[in-house]
Design a protein around this ligand. Structure first.
Ligand SMILES: Nc1ncnc2c1ncn2[C@@H]1O[C@H](COP(=O)(O)OP(=O)(O)OP(=O)(O)O)[C@@H](O)[C@H]1O
Length: 242
């Protein structure tokens, strides 16, 4: 019998703490994320989701810090706003700073994959909000990141565009298999996309759920409904109050 050791985790947090002005936001968080896993991070407003993501992205110089974290070398970050430079075409935004000989061809292929094949040469300001987010998604995947960190990437989009973006993200991630950490307020978004859902509370990971529902996931699946109920309750939403 051949023994296959499990692949090393892509992300390892060990006693990671972060705080601001003496107030702890993350309190000795320890966590391992296997390579290729899609993790959604839920938590009430102010629970530290963005702080955790910014720590992993190395974007938190201002925080009081202790503990350690390990991430892969290639990391892409996707924010709620697309952050496209208005003075560059969509294509030039994608390839800016990219060191790949096939960069432009790869960027064009990704624009095609996100449904913006005809928008390569236009200015970002001529795109709708959803189109800008699709361009930003293409830009982050063009780096072929081993780790994709996404902070409420669809939070500013209307409900219909959001559903389309979720399907697109699922499709692209399934093909490329980066490890993903997605911060979201949207319990259904977490349930539709993630292999694992973490709930942050009082600076710690209070809950850690494996989501074993087959794709494509349906919101009326009994396991979906059951886990949604548990997650909403732990986020302080009482069923039947709206
Ligand atoms: N740069 C900063 N300076 C001071 N306090 C900060 C800073 N960044 C975050 N905080 C504080 O840390 C706490 C956690 O913030 P964080 O943005 O991580 O929460 P969150 O869970 O992402 O919230 P939300 O869901 O509302 O986006 C908040 O009390 C916030 O005010």
């Amino acid at each position: 019998m051949t023994y296959h050791a499990p692949p090393p985790p892509a992300v390892v947090l060990t006693d990671l703490s972060r705080g601001f002005a003496g107030k702890a936001v993350l309190d000795r968080v320890s966590l391992q994320i296997p390579s290729g896993q899609f993790v959604a991070l839920l938590g009430e407003s102010g629970s530290g989701k963005t702080t955790l993501l910014r720590a992993l992205a190395d974007l938190d110089d201002e925080a009081e810090s202790s503990g350690t974290y390990e991430t892969p070398e290639s990391v892409s970050v996707l924010f709620q706003d697309a952050r496209l430079l208005p003075w560059l075409s969509v294509l030039d935004n994608l390839v800016l700073g990219l060191r790949r000989p096939d960069g432009r061809a790869a960027a064009l292929a990704l624009l095609e994959a996100v449904g913006l094949g005809d928008k390569a040469e236009v200015w970002p300001d001529t795109l709708s909000g959803g189109q800008k987010q699709r361009a930003a998604l293409a830009r982050s995947l063009l780096r072929e990141p081993a780790l994709l960190l996404a902070d409420e990437p669809f939070g500013a989009l209307d409900a219909l565009t959001r559903l389309k973006m979720q399907a697109l993200l699922h499709d692209l991630v399934r093909r490329r298999r980066p490890t993903v950490v997605l911060v979201t307020h949207d319990v259904d978004e977490a349930l539709l996309l993630a292999d694992r859902i973490l709930v942050l509370k009082d600076g710690r990971i209070a809950e850690d759920h494996a989501v074993r529902i087959a794709h494509p996931r349906q919101a009326h699946h009994p396991d979906f409904i059951a886990l949604r109920g548990r997650l909403l309750a732990s986020l302080g939403v009482v069923a039947g109050t709206v």
